[in-house]
Each structure stands twice: as structure tokens, then as C-alpha cells.
Design a protein around this ligand. Structure first.
Ligand code: ATP
Ligand code: MG
Length: 213
């Protein structure tokens, strides 16, 4: 089933007539030079910014016609510069439960932290005391706790050490096996080499191969 359809999308001087289609269960990897518009494309698909022209459809519906809360729960953007809120890591991981009027299971939160190589004690850690890579992982598991259908990953492993990178990768592979569809932006050589479907963003459009210049 087609989950995301992007039709003749343009955004300011950044994206020009860009089209793409993402099927349920796909793992699309987008590469491209710094400043080529990768983050811009993900933010447009997440409905965080509006196109200058063109359309984005989620399950056949124009995302501008969808309830923004529903869209956010279905298509989740993991920021390149993650945004945490409240005071502690627990505040962030409790939040998705709170908005659904559910009580989080302590064990589940600990397990989710451990799945990305963060210890249980991190629950009480102040967000101001986290490193960039730690923030990135907390934001990512927060976004994935309730299994959105589509996850947009914006360089989520950038700046992590090899061991943490592997842990995050395993976490994502598991989610993918459980049906999550990914659109991932990365500069990581390993992730690019092992990509299932690779697209290059260049001159405002997507190509299957790197253009020779
Ligand atoms: N709201 C905006 N108005 C004008 N220009 C913008 C806006 N947002 C982004 N840009 C510009 O669009 C271009 C693409 O930015 P974007 O952040 O999407 O790049 P990127 O491919 O994600 O780069 P990186 O690999 O460094 O993260 C950049 O030149 C940026 O300065
Ligand atoms: Mg970017």
C-alpha cells in the first residue's frame, strides 16, 4: 500500500517539482550535500512546514486536510536537532502516555532506554545534562514508543560512537521488522552502503543515482 505520495513539491528556492512515493514497509535512504534540502523535505512530509506548491498525501489524503494531531501520531519526524522538554528524561518518555491518558510502565521505559544503550538511571537525569547524542536517542525512542506508521529520521546517528550507532541501528531494524516505514536522511557511509532504497537529493530534486558533474 502507498503510504506517502509527494507530487510536484516545491519549497522556496530549495525544492523544485520533487515527486516521490513510499510504500508501506519501505526503508528509503536519502542522501545529498549539506544544504541540499533533506531536512526541508522531511519537515514538509511531517507537515511542519507548508509547500510553496505541490501536494503531499498520506494514505491517499492530502496532509493539509488531515487533523494535525493524527498526522503527527502517524508520521513522526525525528529532528536533526532534537527538542526535549520538561526537566528530566522521564518527563519526555512519559509524555506520549500522558497525551493518550495512559500510565507508563516503568519497565517498558527502562527497556526502551537500554535498547539504545542508555542506562536505567537516565530516567531521572536532567535534560540539560545530556550530550547531543543522548538527546538524539531519547527523542527518538520518545517518538517511536507508540509505533507511528512512518518515521522520518534526520541524521539520528550523527555524532554517536560506533557502539551506540549499532544499538540505534538494531533498534530501528527491529521497528522496521515490526512494520514501521522509514524515510532516513544520513551521511553515514555504512548506512548508505547498506541502504535498501537510496535516493539522492540534488538541485532540488530526487534521483536514483548520483549525477556526474
Ligand atoms: N525557511 C527557510 N527559508 C529560506 N531558506 C531556507 C529555509 N529553511 C532552509 N533553508 C535553506 O534551504 C537549504 C536546505 O536546508 P536543509 O536544512 O533542508 O538542508 P540539509 O540538506 O538538511 O543540510 P544538512 O545536511 O546540513 O542538514 C539551505 O540552503 C537552507 O539555508
Ligand atoms: Mg539537514
Amino acid at each position: 500500500m502507498m503510504l506517502i505520495k509527494v507530487e510536484q513539491l516545491s519549497y522556496l528556492q530549495v525544492l523544485h517539482d520533487l515527486s516521490m512515493q513510499v510504500e508501506e514497509g519501505d526503508w528509503v535512504t536519502i542522501i545529498g550535500k549539506s544544504g541540499s534540502g533533506k531536512s526541508t523535505l522531511l519537515k514538509l512530509i511531517a507537515g511542519l512546514i507548508s509547500p510553496t506548491s505541490g501536494h503531499i498525501y498520506y494514505q491517499g489524503q492530502d496532509i493539509t486536510d488531515l487533523d494535525p494531531i493524527k498526522l503527527r501520531q502517524s508520521v513522526s519526524y525525528c529532528y536533526q536537532q532534537p527538542v526535549l522538554f520538561g526537566e528530566t528524561v522521564a518527563d519526555n518518555l512519559n509524555f506520549p502516555f500522558k497525551i493518550r491518558h495512559q500510565q507508563p510502565q516503568h519497565d517498558q521505559l527502562v527497556a526502551s532506554l537500554q535498547s539504545v544503550q542508555l542506562p536505567a538511571e537516565f530516567l531521572t537525569k536532567k535534560i540539560t545534562e545530556l550530550s547531543g547524542g543522548e538527546k538524539q536517542r531519547v527523542a527518538m525512542i520518545r517518538n517511536l514508543l507508540f509505533h507511528p506508521k512512518v518515521v522520518l529520521l534526520d541524521e539520528v546517528t550523527a555524532g554517536l560512537d560506533e557502539e551506540s550507532k549499532q544499538a540505534v541501528h538494531q533498534f530501528l531494524v527491529k521497528a522496521h521488522q515490526n512494520g514501521t516505514t522509514f524515510i532516513q536522511v544520513t551521511h553515514e557511509i555504512d548506512e548508505i552502503a547498506n541502504a535498501e532504497q537510496k535516493l539522492v537529493l540534488e538541485n532540488g530534486g530526487l534521483h536514483h543515482e548520483e549525477l556526474s558533474r
